[in-house]
Ligand binder design. Structure first.
Ligand SMILES: C[S@@+](CC[C@H](N)C(=O)[O-])C[C@H]1O[C@@H](n2cnc3c(N)ncnc32)[C@H](O)[C@@H]1O
Length: 352
């Protein structure tokens, strides 16, 4: 984004317009992604806030309007954590430019060269982010339950926090069940498509952000939120109560395929957020659908192979008696130099 300095010293910048009550939540998210312009002061506009952002924010924040506005420079702006971190000069280039903010915890990945300085990086992150109480080193997601290996490097030694997303209050324990704030736009994108009276099946629900947001929007008649991890299912139940949607959300501790069989032919919409293996559950997920249903499919795929992957799913569906049409394809995030996490929406119609 080019910055144009207006005659009065104000600066023209891309901006996102958010309702005031969502301001802090969105600000934290943008800041964690390195997309908030810290050098400019946010503006009030009636019931909304205009947050100055970098170009990449358009992909990270779906559902909020973007505009261009004039901002005043932030006087005495808080130092970035990179400025505060005392690490050897030759390691400075390794300091990460993005990290996740989950509730009052910061989760950061470090290059091996920085690991001996992890405590110092943590200290600097805490010092630069008022509101953060602990910093966790992310040592990767593992196993069937997709749980993150975490180690406290600064602040309070805990992994449990309350995270706010689209007005939901989510009680998450990052050491017990999968959660990523980077899926926030995807949760909203799917929830906005749900129509009055739908039965929705979230097959790999984690702590329930898709299911709970759909229930909160109030249109779905019933939302099944299924996970194999007992801690995730407990979290869904707690979060359903916390967000007063327990009457519409049924948290289910089960294997996705088994549960899909038990609700065969009854669901309007099926969410398959298992990026390392959704394809292994494809026919079972289709089977849970009504004669006409929508499937939200998430998979990490080689970018060069994505068309072939989608074609393969359509062919497998045809063999199982479904006519499947791709409706929308979106990159949720890049996963590796050659792979991206894709969200593909399909419309499925049962033959005959
Ligand atoms: C990527 S996480 C889901 C994230 C969640 N949908 C969200 O948006 O935060 C995948 C989840 O699938 C669950 N899982 C893995 N295999 C499963 C299976 N066969 N049946 C049900 N759940 C499964 C894991 O325990 C994990 O919580």
């Amino acid at each position: 984004m080019r910055s144009l300095v207006a005659g009065d010293g104000s600066v023209l910048s891309l901006a996102v317009k958010v309702p005031r009550e969502r301001g802090e939540e969105v600000r934290q998210r943008l800041r964690g992604l390195g997309l908030l312009r810290m050098d400019l002061k946010p503006l009030s506009e009636g019931p909304s806030l205009l947050l100055p952002v970098r170009d990449g924010a358009r992909d990270a924040l779906l559902g909020y309007p973007f505009t261009t506005a004039e901002f005043d420079a932030q006087e005495g702006k808080p130092a970035s954590y990179q400025e505060l971190a005392q690490v050897p000069d030759e390691l400075r280039a390794l300091l990460p430019t993005s990290f996740d903010v989950v509730g009052d915890l910061i989760v950061v990945k470090l290059e091996p060269g920085l690991l001996p300085h992890a405590a110092e990086v943590g200290r600097a992150l805490l010092a630069a982010h008022k509101g953060a109480r602990g910093v966790l080193l992310d040592e990767g997601v593992q196993g069937t339950y997709r749980i993150r290996a975490l180690r406290t490097i600064a602040g309070e030694p805990r992994t449990r926090t309350e995270h706010r997303e689209h007005g939901l209050r989510l009680d998450v324990d990052l050491a017990k069940a999968y959660f990523s704030p980077r899926l926030a736009s995807e949760h909203a994108r799917v929830a906005e498509q749900v129509r009055q009276g739908e039965v929705v099946l979230d097959l790999f629900a984690g702590v329930g952000p898709f299911a709970l947001l759909i229930a909160k929007h109030g249109k779905a008649q019933r939302v099944y939120a299924v996970d194999l991890n007992a801690d995730a299912v407990e979290a869904i139940q707690r979060n359903a109560q916390r967000n007063k949607v327990e009457e519409r959300v049924q948290a289910v501790l089960a294997d996705a395929d088994e549960f899909a069989r038990s609700v065969q032919g009854r669901c309007d919409r099926v969410i398959m957020n298992l990026p390392h293996g959704a394809d292994q559950h494809w026919e079972q997920a289709l089977g849970a659908g009504k004669p006409r249903a929508v499937v939200h499919y998430h998979r990490i795929i080689e970018r060069a192979q994505v068309d072939a992957h989608v074609r393969g799913l359509v062919e497998r569906a045809a063999l199982a008696g479904w006519r499947v049409t791709e409706r929308e394809r979106r990159v949720v995030r890049d996963y590796s130099p050659a792979q991206s996490h894709y969200a593909v929406d399909f419309e499925a119609m049962r033959d005959g």
